[in-house]
Design a binder for this molecule. Sequence first.
Ligand code: PEP
Ligand code: MN
Length: 359
Amino acid sequence: MSIAMKPSATSEDINQVIRKVRSSGLRVDVSSGKFQTVIGIIGDEKKVDFDQIKSMPGVYDVLRIQVPYRLMSRTYIPKDVELEVDGIKIGADNPPVYMAGPCSIESYEQLHRIGKQVKGAGAHILRGGAYKPRTSVHSFQGLGLEGLRHLKNVGKDLDIPTVSEVRSEVDVETIAKYCDIIQIGARNMFNQDLIEAAAKQGKPILFKRNFSAQIDEYLSFAERIVASGNKKIMLCERGIMPLGGSFKSQTRFTLDLNAVPVLRKETPFPVIADPSHGTGRRDLILPMSRASIASGAHGLMIEVHDRPNEALSDANQSIEPALLARIIKSCDLVYKTINESDSPFSSDLNGNGTQGQHH
Ligand code: PEP
Ligand code: MN
């Protein structure tokens, strides 16, 4: 539920409604638009007497938003959300943003070498994992805090913002100090304590979809970020499980590009695609990057290594900086062509009467 106030509602009217909701033990998210204020409800709605609220001064209507991700839905926030990280604009109609760097931070020198080259290739944000989610306890686990220190130093030395994954609640404060965007990885998409702890740091969150998550589930967990008071979310499609049974997939995961326009229709937040994890194959990064931008992604996350075969993690999907430069040029062209066509992304997604439609 959310409560739409009349354009004429006074701040006292609004505060009265907020107090009423809070007195029932619920929290609110106040969204003040140009013309009216909408009050989102966070918590168990059965505890609130909406009939009573409807008759309070200044209240226009009580809106029933059917989806579980109410605070993220286009019904609640109709306009595309634009984020800004260190002057870089992400989302809405802005040109694609490229996040690139090694899967794992291996040393200051390695990250500096790669960082310099990805920046030269046109990347806007440097990625690098310090706390790596690994299947095997016997493989490289990441440098941890030492890696984060390298990330912070390289980011500063090269003047490029950074993103890194947090795997555990105990590290959220540290991660927030050492990088500009906090990544929550696919394996932790369902980890509500980690999500809420990370969100409360107030930094932008790159929230990856789990490889087995339905879109509704994915957005329901993303909703926890907004409900924790953080609206700086980037969603990230990074590939889903290939079909099981006797079907033998040629790729590590299946980059679900259906998800990109679906997410853009359902929510106003920026959508990033990760063709590196989505394919697991170096030779597929270029075509799937182009396809991601063509499907409406606001940006890409790509794993790059200057000696891809020697990468300590995800070597098979790591590409060289020269290929990244080609990909960025090519994707910028794809974006430009579509954006200058008679049917740019935003008109297809927002302006044709489908806005706010839910099943
Ligand atoms: C990563 O970005 O290195 C990573 C581990 O991604 P994911 O959580 O999508 O597997
Ligand atoms: Mn990786």
